[in-house]
Design a binder for this molecule. Structure first.
Ligand code: SF4
Length: 334
């Protein structure tokens, strides 16, 4: 059981080692802008700090306040989000920004934050703790790993992590405590080869005392990932390419795309495919065949091929477009 000093040692360690990130305030200083905390936490779900940092900076430069974001068009926000993946987050971000702007400010408790579109247990706790100092714990993979080792728990649920860790949260520094644990998990209590000799929690850590920290937490069994098939039409007129917008709901909802039929469990019959793109989503993998088409399909627009990076295409379709442009037969202007 961690001693009363464990949190103090962690806080002291954080003072000297906190990562400098554009959405953070330095440890021990005033809480950061809630808008920046909320935006960063939405972006960081399933996405690394390294990927998010430049994208966060671009968002903030373009929309410095939540009112600016709420007033922006869906199309401009989805285009700016392109490449970050998990596009339901972007759609929830838009709905959430408009609701917050309409009510005047972000709610300041986890319970109220959870009532916003797409805001779940993790994001509500992260914003409430970091921006408003509420004594709640956002359980991400880093915090789960630290807790699992500290208490030698093999496969703790989020609720078990909260139960054992919440008593350690200092009354006046809940945000710093959460971020200190996140940093500890990212830099010291790493999945492999944790640096226990540099860890401020080592005197309290059960897994360390057992001599086998890497046994905790036990890895989850891998789920089978089904495989799907799709076709994308490459329709070019001169220097322009025909693009469409996907339906608002479902995977890649609302994003720019190459046209094509719905993806299926078996391959589509089509003419010769001049390129095949393999892409792995969270719940399935996809083979997307690129097939030349002479006529545009669906409601869409002509986009200049030499400016394909600005089309707001998600990674799957950007990879497909780049593959097509690298194929001499495809690249030939119609
Ligand atoms: S002592 Fe080692 S295993 Fe325990 S929390 Fe620190 S880094 Fe992780």
């Amino acid at each position: 059981m961690p001693s009363a000093n464990a949190a103090n040692r962690l806080m002291k360690h954080y003072l000297g080692t906190a990562r400098t990130l554009p959405w953070r305030a330095a440890p021990g200083t005033n809480a950061p802008d809630p808008y920046r905390v909320w935006l960063s936490e939405v972006m960081l779900q399933q996405t690394t700090v390294t990927t998010v940092t430049p994208r966060f900076n671009r968002f903030i430069e373009r929309w410095p306040t939540i009112e600016d974001l709420a007033a922006a068009s869906d199309k401009s926000i989805l285009s700016e989000w392109a490449g970050l993946g998990y596009y339901a987050r972007a759609r929830n971000l838009i709905a959430c920004a408009r609701e917050i702007a309409a009510r005047g400010s972000l709610p300041n408790t986890a319970e109220e934050l959870r009532k916003l579109p797409g805001v779940g247990e993790y994001t509500s706790a992260a914003v409430a703790a970091i921006a408003f100092g509420e004594r709640v714990l956002p359980v991400d993979t880093n915090i789960r790993r630290v807790a699992a080792r500290l208490f030698a728990m093999e496969q703790p649920t989020d609720s078990q992590v909260r139960d054992v860790m919440t008593p350690l949260i200092p009354t006046d520094r809940a945000g710093d405590f959460a971020q200190a644990l996140m940093d500890l998990g990212a830099t010291i209590c790493r999945p492999a080869k944790p640096l226990c000799s540099r860890c401020p929690l080592a005197p309290d850590c059960t897994a360390f005392a057992l001599g086998q920290p890497e046994l905790f937490p036990r890895p989850k069994a891998r789920k089978h990932r089904p495989h799907r098939h799709g076709t994308a039409w490459w329709t070019r007129r001169g220097d322009h390419l025909w693009l469409v917008r996907r339906p608002d709901h479902g995977i890649l909802g609302g994003m720019a795309a190459l046209p094509g039929p719905d993806w299926t469990d078996t391959p589509h019959p089509h003419g010769p495919a001049l390129a095949r793109i393999r892409h792995v989503f969270t719940h399935f993998s996809l083979d997307l065949d690129l097939v030349s088409a002479s006529e545009p399909v669906g409601d869409g627009w002509w986009h200049p091929v030499d400016d394909i990076d600005s089309a707001g295409l998600p990674t799957l379709y950007l990879k497909a477009a780049r593959a097509a442009l690298a194929t001499p037969l495809f690249d030939a202007a119609a």
